[in-house]
Write a protein that binds this ligand. Structure first.
Ligand SMILES: [Zn+2]
Length: 338
């Protein structure tokens, strides 16, 4: 008998839900919806907004279930959610998830359990994606590796002896906040010169939009106009230019985009070189939409990391992209139920 789990990758921009065959990692079906950003003002809308998040997650799960073709009496182990934020696993609440537009200590676990009458397990999104890669992705057969995901911020999951290493306070892997430039840019956390202030998707987007605003010529202006929107660099912390647009600009040999992506990749390479020296992993697995779509980013990051790291650990390190791509988080979240 096959065992099935429902996995949800809950990010700041999209909800991805899917049905996963737990014994093989096979994704039977999946569905996607926008997370919808938090309202900018109007405190009285908070309650409505919170119900809205559960409703949207529930609807995404329903869509995945409908597309699965599984018989109506199929039994599911439960629902696993990998959420972009801090999670209390024991209480099944989102402790702090500003990117999801909900108040602290949001009882996501109980709300989903009420709707689907299934057990619910919450975890962090990076933890879920790393678990997915460990069991069914680029980490298979590799006991010591680090997964690094480039997104709104930069997070990583550490695997040691085939187990996820969470650290004394459960916060191990906060690679986005390692210092790469002591007097450098201000980071979202309040610190200075942290990696994610240079190499996150948010940092790359902000730099590009700032340069456009200064009047720099770039094919981006046309590509963004085709999309119908030019994001305001000062508008939000989670602004993003779509990965495909960045990839297209680089294919067109656009000087500005190549320069900005190269700089971000070089800083990322420095950060990864420190990880290679400190942890001496067998493998580094790089993920996130931009890393998947933009070869130029992956290639420069890899070259820089190997060049900057000490000779011996650099001589054996394998740097690859994720094996499951967009589905690492969904697969790992389903495994929370297994
Ligand atoms: Zn920081």
């Amino acid at each position: 008998m096959e065992r099935y789990g429902i996995g949800v990758d809950l990010g700041g921009t999209k909800i991805l839900a899917g049905i996963v065959e737990l014994g093989t990692g096979k994704i039977v079906s999946s569905a996607k919806k926008k997370t919808v950003p938090a309202p900018k003002d109007g405190k009285d809308r908070d309650h409505e907004k919170e119900n809205d998040l559960v409703r949207r997650i529930g609807d995404t799960i329903d869509e995945a279930l409908a597309g699965s073709g599984l018989p109506g009496n199929t039994r599911f182990n439960g629902i696993g959610v990998g959420a972009a934020g801090q999670v209390d696993r024991a209480e099944n609440v989102l402790v702090f998830a500003p990117n999801l537009g909900v108040k602290p200590n949001y009882a996501l676990g109980a709300l989903l359990r009420d709707r689907f009458k299934l057990p619910v397990a919450l975890g962090n999104d990076v933890e879920a994606a790393t678990l997915g890669e460990l069991k069914y992705g680029a980490g298979v057969g590799c006991p010591d590796f680090v997964c690094v995901f480039i997104g709104t911020g930069i997070g990583s999951g550490i695997v040691q002896n085939g187990q996820l290493r969470k650290g004394a306070t459960g916060t191990a892997g906060e690679i986005g906040h390692i210092v790469i430039n002591a007097e450098g840019r201000l980071c979202g956390c309040g610190g200075r010169g942290h990696l994610e202030a240079y190499s996150s998707r948010t940092a790359i987007t902000r730099t590009l939009l700032g340069e456009l605003k200064r009047g720099r010529k770039s094919i981006l202006t046309e590509l963004l106009a085709e999309e119908g929107t030019i994001p305001d660099p000062n508008a939000a912390s989670s602004i993003a230019i779509r990965s495909k647009i960045i990839a297209r600009a680089i294919e067109a040999d656009d000087e500005l985009v190549k320069h900005v992506v190269r700089e971000a990749a070089e800083f990322l390479g420095l950060g990864l070189a420190s990880v290679i020296n400190f942890y001496n992993p067998e493998r580094l697995i790089l993920g996130g939409g931009l890393m998947e779509a933009v070869d130029y980013l992956f290639e420069i990051t890899t070259r820089e990391a190997k060049f900057e790291a000490l000779r011996l650990p650099a001589s054996t390190i394998e740097i690859t992209r994720t094996g499951l791509g967009d589905f690492s988080g969904l697969t790992g979240a389903a495994l929370f139920t297994g």
